[in-house]
Design a binder for this molecule. Structure first.
Ligand code: UDP
Ligand code: MG
Length: 149
């Protein structure tokens, strides 16, 4: 079953939306196999967003990701990468349709509440960056046959 990394960025914690956002992923049918609160170091934030290092918004993005707790999750399910990206919506909260997380809760481009891996390969790299192998739980929900059938 596919796994993906989700980060609830510090604006989610500051705005007390952590429970609400985790609930959306759960209700979709994704399974939580990793979950922790992290005060990201500058090094971790820079590594996570290293693909954007040359972009003008990078310094501000690093300040943002280190400005409070991040809730990191590993979610599992059928096409988990695509499922999460669909729930997230577009990067810019204004361009993101209502019904998506960013469309419903974000008006900013930077402070857009969630990160989700954009490919299975990147998910593997990002999961290894945020979690140790022993922090992940291999398990199946009792409703798996109903959700994934
Ligand atoms: N970002 C930003 N300004 C921009 C584009 C992106 O601050 O013009 C931030 C935003 O928080 C976004 C993150 O950089 O989520 C990573 O950008 P990416 O293009 O990968 O967007 P995502 O995959 O998160 O939709
Ligand atoms: Mg991205």
């Amino acid at each position: 079953m596919e796994r993906t990394l989700v980060l609830l960025k510090p604006d989610a914690s500051h705005r007390r939306l952590v429970g609400e956002l985790i609930g959306r992923f759960e209700r979709k049918g994704l399974t939580v196999v990793g979950l922790k609160q992290v005060l990201a170091s500058k090094e971790l934030a820079e590594k996570h967003y290293e693909a954007h290092a040359a972009r003008p918004f990078y310094p501000s993005l690093i300040s943002f990701l280190t400005s409070g707790p991040t809730v990191a999750l590993v979610l599992e399910g059928r096409e988990a990468v695509a499922a999460v990206r669909g729930l997230m919506g577009a990067t810019d909260g204004i361009k993101s349709p209502p019904g998506t997380i960013r469309g419903d809760y974000a008006i900013s481009i930077q402070n857009n509440l969630v990160h989700g891996s954009d490919s299975v390969d990147n998910a593997k790299v990002e999961i290894a960056l945020w979690f140790k192998a022993e922090e992940l739980t291999a398990w199946q929900t009792t409703d798996t046959a109903w959700v994934a059938g």
